[in-house]
Design a protein around this ligand. Structure first.
Ligand SMILES: C[S@@+](CC[C@H](N)C(=O)[O-])C[C@H]1O[C@@H](n2cnc3c(N)ncnc32)[C@H](O)[C@@H]1O
Length: 359
C-alpha cells in the first residue's frame, strides 16, 4: 500500500475541526477518527491490535479517554494514502456537512452491545443507556430473587414479556437482552420506520454473541387505531412491561437544534407527530408519552398482573427534563397507574418516569 509523505501530521485537520467544535472536542473527535481509520483501514496487525475487547469497551462520552493526541499523531505518520483520504473526507463531512461523529465512525457502544448507526435512525444517547442499565440491574435482581415456580419443580420461571416501543436502532431492546440473565425476558422492539427496523435487525445479528434473551422486531405504527390489538396478537399471554424512548422534543426546541441533529436524524424520531395528520404539533412534546400510557392501559399493564413483584414498573418512558415530569406522571395516573417514580440522569435532569400497577 503506498505510504503518505512522512511529514503528514494531524495538525491541519485539528485546526479545521476546532473551528466548528472548539479545541477540546476537536482533539477528542480527531483522536477517535484516527483510531477508527487505523482499525478499519489499517494493515492486519493494526486491525488485530485494535479489534479486541479493549476497543469495544471504549466510550465516546465517558469511561475511557480516546487515544492521546501523541499516539494518534504517531499512527498518522504511518497512515497510507487511503487512510489519509478517509480522514480528510471525515473531517470535511464533520465541518461542512455537520455529520455527527457517530455516523462517521458507524457505531456507538451501548452497555455490552455495539450498536451500528446510520442516518436517519437516531443515535443512541448516553442518557438512555444510563436508565436502561439501571432498569436491567433491578430486573436482574428481581429475576434472581424469584421463588421457584409451582410444579413441575425446577421448571424455569417464565420470562418477562417486555415491549420496547419506539425501538429505533434497537439499542434498548438489545441492551436489555444482553444485560439480563439468560431466559429472564422475551423482548420485542417495534417502530414505524423501515430504516429503523432494518438497522435494528442488523444490530441483532451484529450483537448475537452477547444476547442472552430472545429479541424480535416488528414494524408497527403506535399511533394507528388498531395498535393495541396488533400488540395483543404478538403476546396473547399478555405483556409485563413497556419501555420506551419516544419522540419528546417540542417544535420550538427542534427549531433551535444544531444542524448536527436536525440535518441527520429523522424528525419523527425527535418530535411527536399528531395522532391525526390534520392536527397541530403538540407544543409540550408529551403527546407520544400520553399515547403510551393509553396503550399500556389497553394492554392491562396498569393492573397487577403476572409480574411476580409489584415493585417492578410496568411502564418506563424517557422524558425531556422536568417540564415533562408532571404531564407524564399525570398521563400514567389518568390511565390507572397507582404509583409513579422519576429517575434522574447523570446531569441531575429528570430523565425517566416509571409507572407501577395499582394494588
Ligand atoms: C427517540 S427515538 C428512540 C430510538 C431508540 N429507542 C433510542 O433510544 O435510541 C424514537 C423512535 O420512535 C419511532 N417512532 C416515531 N413515531 C412512531 C410511531 N407512530 N410508531 C412507532 N414508532 C414511532 C421513531 O421512528 C424512532 O425510531
Amino acid at each position: 500500500m503506498p505510504r503518505s509523505p512522512a511529514n503528514n501530521t494531524l495538525a491541519p485537520l485539528l485546526r479545521q475541526l476546532a473551528g466548528k467544535l472548539g479545541d477540546r472536542q476537536a482533539a477528542s473527535e480527531l483522536r477517535w477518527m484516527a483510531a477508527h481509520v487505523r482499525k478499519t483501514l489499517g494493515d492486519t496487525a493494526a486491525r488485530t491490535e485494535h479489534s479486541g475487547a479493549q476497543y469495544r469497551r471504549a466510550r465516546l462520552w465517558r469511561d475511557q479517554p480516546a487515544p492521546s493526541t501523541e499516539e494518534a499523531d504517531l499512527d498518522a505518520r504511518r497512515f497510507s494514502s487511503v487512510q489519509w483520504a478517509w480522514l480528510r473526507q471525515a473531517v470535511a463531512d464533520r465541518v461542512e456537512k455537520h455529520k455527527p461523529l457517530q455516523y462517521i465512525l458507524g457505531s456507538q457502544p451501548f452497555g455490552k452491545t455495539e450498536i451500528g448507526v446510520r442516518s436517519p435512525v437516531l443515535i443512541p444517547r448516553p442518557e438512555t443507556e444510563e436508565w436502561v442499565l439501571r432498569l436491567a440491574e433491578s430486573l436482574a435482581a428481581h429475576h434472581a430473587a424469584r421463588p421457584p415456580p409451582p410444579p413441575p419443580p425446577g421448571a424455569p420461571s417464565p420470562p418477562l414479556s417486555i415491549l420496547d416501543a419506539c425501538t429505533g436502532s434497537g439499542c434498548v431492546a438489545l441492551g436489555l437482552a444482553s444485560e439480563l440473565p439468560p431466559g429472564a425476558a422475551r423482548i420485542a422492539g417495534v417502530d414505524v420506520s423501515a430504516d429503523a427496523l432494518a438497522l435494528a435487525l442488523s444490530n441483532q445479528t451484529r450483537n448475537a454473541a452477547v444476547l442472552n434473551n430472545e429479541v424480535e422486531f416488528h414494524q408497527i405504527d403506535l399511533l394507528a387505531a388498531d395498535t393495541a390489538s396488533r400488540l395483543e396478537a404478538l403476546r396473547p399471554g399478555g405483556w409485563d412491561m413497556i419501555v420506551a424512548n419516544p419522540p419528546y422534543v417540542t417544535p420550538a426546541e427542534y427549531r433551535g437544534l444544531d444542524a448536527d441533529v436536525r440535518d441527520w436524524e429523522d424528525v419523527r424520531a425527535l418530535v411527536p407527530m399528531p395522532l391525526r395528520v390534520a392536527d397541530e404539533l403538540d407544543p409540550s412534546g408529551v403527546s407520544f408519552i400520553e399515547r403510551l400510557a393509553v396503550l399500556a392501559r389497553a394492554l392491562r399493564l396498569a393492573r397487577e398482573g403476572a409480574l411476580a413483584s409489584p415493585a417492578l414498573p410496568r411502564l418506563v418512558v424517557e422524558i425531556g427534563g422536568a417540564k415533562q415530569t408532571e404531564p407524564a406522571r399525570q398521563a400514567m395516573h389518568d390511565n390507572g397507574f397507582g404509583r409513579t417514580e422519576v429517575w434522574k440522569d447523570m446531569a441531575g435532569t429528570d430523565r425517566a418516569v416509571l409507572g407501577y400497577a395499582e394494588k
